[in-house]
Every structure is written in structure tokens, then in C-alpha cells.
Design a protein around this ligand. Sequence first.
Ligand code: URA
Length: 201
Amino acid sequence: MKSDQNSEREGRSSESRDSLKSLNEEIRSCTRCHLADDRTKAVPGEGPGRADILLVGEAPGRDEDLAGRPFVGRAGSILDRCLNDAGIDRSEVFIANVVKCRPPGNRRPKKDEVEACRPYLKSQIELIQPKVVCLMGNAATKAILDVEGVTSLRGQVFKDLFLVTFHPAAVLRNGNLKEDLVSDLLAAREKAEGSRALHQK
Ligand code: URA
């Protein structure tokens, strides 16, 4: 028999999924900025409605634009490997981006594009209620914390929620950073598990 606590969590989880579903639909038909003109598919993000860990990247690339799913290209493969090394199952985490549509030629998202998309990420954080949000790279760190300089900030936690780390594409360019990304993901996992244990007390 399910405990009251479990059924309450499942209840909240399906509520959250319903709202995430409508948020995803809104994102898929969004025309708030010009990135909508050239996209194949918007990429709202994917993962459980109540994930303890939310990973935030920059913006979809070509593979993600075609698939409508985040981190399915080369950066996705390295992310999967790093998650695996940190003992995290990709299906347990929610993966999103600052900007939900692909910037042409994979350029960095512009300020107005980040601003147009910001409410979506904010809603995702509110609905998912993660225990830790990993800001992967400068775009995510700048969008959420308004600071830059991942190399010096990585591994640090801000507002007891946001953990700054490298973007998987940086690891593709410099394999030496993989160890740091894995260790930050491990720290995220430990933080999520720690706060889950506290809540169960
Ligand atoms: N890079 C990102 O920032 N996000 C993706 O989804 C893929 C590559």
C-alpha cells in the first residue's frame, strides 16, 4: 500500500506534469522572438515533472532543433557520459535550455532572445521545484545570476539552489574539463540527496 507521503508526492507530480504540458505547448508555438522564424522545432526540455536536478544549457543546436529534444547531439553524448560517471540517470533529471529555439548557425543567443525566453525557464523552475539547478556554461549563469566567468565560478552554489558548472560543449573542446563537470554533477546529486533526506525526516 502506498504511504500518504508517496501518494501526495505522486498527486503533486501529476499536477506539475499537467502544467508543464501546457507550458511545453506554449513554448512549441511561441513567436515571442525572431528565433521562431527559422526553427524546425522548439525545444522546451524534457524530464520528470518533479525532478530533483534541473540542468540548464544555452540553446538548442542543429540536432536538437530537428529532434525537438535537448542535448541529443555531440554535446548531449558527452553530457550523458558525465551524468553516467556521476551516477546520475539521464531519465531522472530535467534538461532545459535558457533559449528554447536554435539561434542561426549556433551563435550565442542575443540579449533580447534571452529576455523573451526567460519567463519559460522561470516557470519551469517554479513547476519542477528542483533541489538543485545546474547552470551549465556562461549563458545559463548570466541569464539566471547575471554574472559571468564559469572558469572561476564553477563548483560554487548560489542562493542555496544554483550550482555553476561547465557546459558540455566546453568539455568537447577541452577534455581536461570533464573531471570538473563530473565532480560538479556529483556535488549536485549529493545536494539533491541531502535535501531529500532532510525533507523525509
Ligand atoms: N547545447 C545546448 O546548450 N543545449 C542543447 O540542447 C544542445 C547543445
